[in-house]
Design a protein around this ligand. Structure first.
Ligand code: G16
Length: 543
């Protein structure tokens, strides 16, 4: 066995963001860049020798090469066994499922999620821990600390592994199993949802369109919807994972999932439409000419969970990220369960799920999930919706409108200013931070500021504190304006402005969202001087 120790020097930009280390492909392809980060992971993990780890990615450009490098480094670092997805493919939720089912030590997932792929696109590496969830901050900090002092890495000199054939083999002293990445996940889905009723729904005069955006969920969606649930061939569109996602931006929102949006907002639109992102953890739900906001989706799933076999015994609690609308809070109150408010980032749900304080979780950024795995899960959300539609016989729109009648409507939107100058974005925040103490009590039109702060989270399970998680301005009527800088972008800074207002009166639920939020948009401009600091007249993306 020929293990080579290669000298290296640290890179100063390997701090993991909201979800792992995300950089352009070009950055990752620099000599030693990937290797340094992977060695830092192995160095930071105590007791990983002899253990099993899971490895796979969303199939984007550089996935295959990276997998070969990681396999050889794992073998050189004394890992016992690696379970790798066939073709190097594994969706993020499936990786979480497989880590848990095989009781693996952890997993390395190669993905930059919804960011574009290809030679000019992005690449990313995430590490997930034994519970199947994203590494908590203490682990990512230990990895980052290690990247700052690394001086060598270890790699086995050997031939590449054939990733395309299901096989069990050895790489040096390490076992490698190339496994079917779909089957364990599909079986888990069958254990949670009423596949018979969904099958019946799909057989009736019910049309649906699932868009995999040429990303990782293609094989999963074909297996679930066309094979197991009997939907007609072609129900899943853009189903072949491509290294550059067909040139698209695999982010399931109204702007980037335009193929699906055209169909669902066209004449003779299907009854149901859904899209997933690059690595399969995000989802967007659409009805015939109707968009369901991710915040409303979480609230509707929570309100109807008892109709779904896997959740029929009730929920221990729910959790949402801070910028997600408070629609689910009202459902939790009615159900008499706790609702937790966490910072943005799925990793913050891990402790609540492990401690059984929450069963369902969700984020405004098109993420929904439950305690079945420790990642958000796009296709799970789609199946949950189909199960509810099958059980109630309602259309997507009727279900949501009835929900609003019961709980009121939380008008909600996010405005993104992408690729703005980092320094100016930081200045905007510093200025806002300096204004916080003086904002309380100020009145803007009909709105009076109730509180203004920079969100800080005290984890109720392990007592850890996460500060500076976004600036919140709350008004006395429950409306909110929130400012955050994205932790997943790779170019410049992305400013996110989140807007929410609550309307209990059902006769006022038909206003167009941006119109309903107009006064808050103006207040946000006035307080933060967004145009001046971003040099943009309009947001890049509105969701
Ligand atoms: C990641 C995280 C999510 C987070 C999202 C947006 O999603 O897993 O928890 O909400 O980023 O983060 P930001 O606003 O910092 O860009 P994904 O799907 O990219 O892994």
């Amino acid at each position: 066995m020929n293990i080579r120790t290669v000298s290296t020097t640290p890179f100063d930009d390997q701090k993991p963001g909201t979800s792992g280390l995300r950089k352009s492909v070009e950055v990752f392809q620099q000599p030693h860049y990937l290797e340094n980060f992977i060695q830092a992971i192995f160095d930071a993990l105590e007791g990983c020798e002899g253990q099993t780890i899971v490895l796979g990615g969303d199939g984007r450009y550089y996935n295959r090469q990276a997998i070969q490098i990681i396999l050889k480094m794992a073998a050189a670092n004394g890992i016992g066994r690696v379970l790798v997805g066939q073709g190097g493919i594994m969706s993020t939720p499936a990786a979480s499922c497989i880590i848990r089912q095989y009781k693996a030590f952890g997993g390395i997932i190669l993905s930059a999620s919804h960011n574009p792929g290809g030679p000019d696109g992005d690449f990313g590496v995430k590490y997930n821990v034994t519970n199947g969830g994203p590494a908590p901050e203490k682990v990512t900090s230990a990895i980052y600390d290690r990247t700052k002092e690394i001086d060598s890495y270890k790699i086995l000199e050997t031939d590449d592994v054939n990733l395309d054939k299901l096989t069990v083999m050895r790489l040096g002293e390490m076992g490698v199993e190339v496994i079917d990445p779909v089957e364990p996940y599909a079986r888990l889905m069958e254990s949670l949802f009423d596949f018979d009723s969904i099958r019946q729904l799909v057989r009736q005069d019910f049309q649906m369109c699932i868009d995999s955006m040429h990303a990782v969920t293609g094989p999963y969606a074909k297996n679930l919807f066309e094979k197991r649930l009997g939907a007609p061939q072609g129900t899943v569109q853009n189903s072949e994972p491509l290294e550059d996602f067909g040139g698209g931006h695999p982010d399931p929102n109204l702007v980037y999932a335009h193929d699906l949006v055209e169909i669902m907002f066209g004449d003779d639109a299907p009854d149901f439409g859904a899209a997933s992102d690059g690595d399969g953890d995000r989802n967007m739900i659409l009805g015939n000419n109707f968009f369901v906001t991710p915040s409303d989706s979480l609230a509707v799933l929570t309100a109807n969970a008892k109709l779904v076999p896997g959740y029929k015994d009730g929920l221990s609690g729910v959790a949402r990220s801070m910028p997600t609308s408070a629609a689910v809070d009202r459902v939790a109150e009615k159900l008499g369960v706790e609702c937790y408010e966490t910072p943005t980032g799925w990793k913050f749900f891990g402790n609540l799920l492990d401690a059984d304080r929450a069963t369902l979780c969700g984020e405004e950024s098109f993420g929904t999930g439950s305690n079945h795995v420790r990642e958000k899960d796009g296709l799970w959300a789609v199946l949950f919706w189909l199960n509810i539609l099958a059980a109630t016989g309602k259309s997507v729109e009727d279900l949501v409108r009835d929900h609003w009648k019961t709980y009121g409507r939380n008008y909600y939107s996010r405005h993104d200013y992408e690729e703005v100058d980092k320094e100016r974005a930081n200045e905007l925040f510093e200025r806002l931070q300096g204004m916080l103490d003086d904002l309380k009590g100020n009145t803007y039109g009909n709105y009076t500021v109730d509180y203004a702060d920079n969100f800080s989270y005290n984890d109720p399970v392990d007592g850890s504190v996460s500060k500076n998680q976004g600036i919140r301005i709350g008004f006395t009527d429950g409306s909110r304006i929130i400012f955050r800088l994205s932790g997943t972008g790779t170019k410049g800074a992305t400013l996110r402005l989140y807007l929410e207002s609550y309307e209990p009166d059902a006769s006022k639920h038909d206003t167009e969202t941006q119109t309903a939020l107009e006064p808050l948009i103006e207040i946000a401009q006035k307080i933060a001087q967004i145009r001046e600091y971003t040099q943009r007249d309009e947001p890049t993306v509105i969701t």
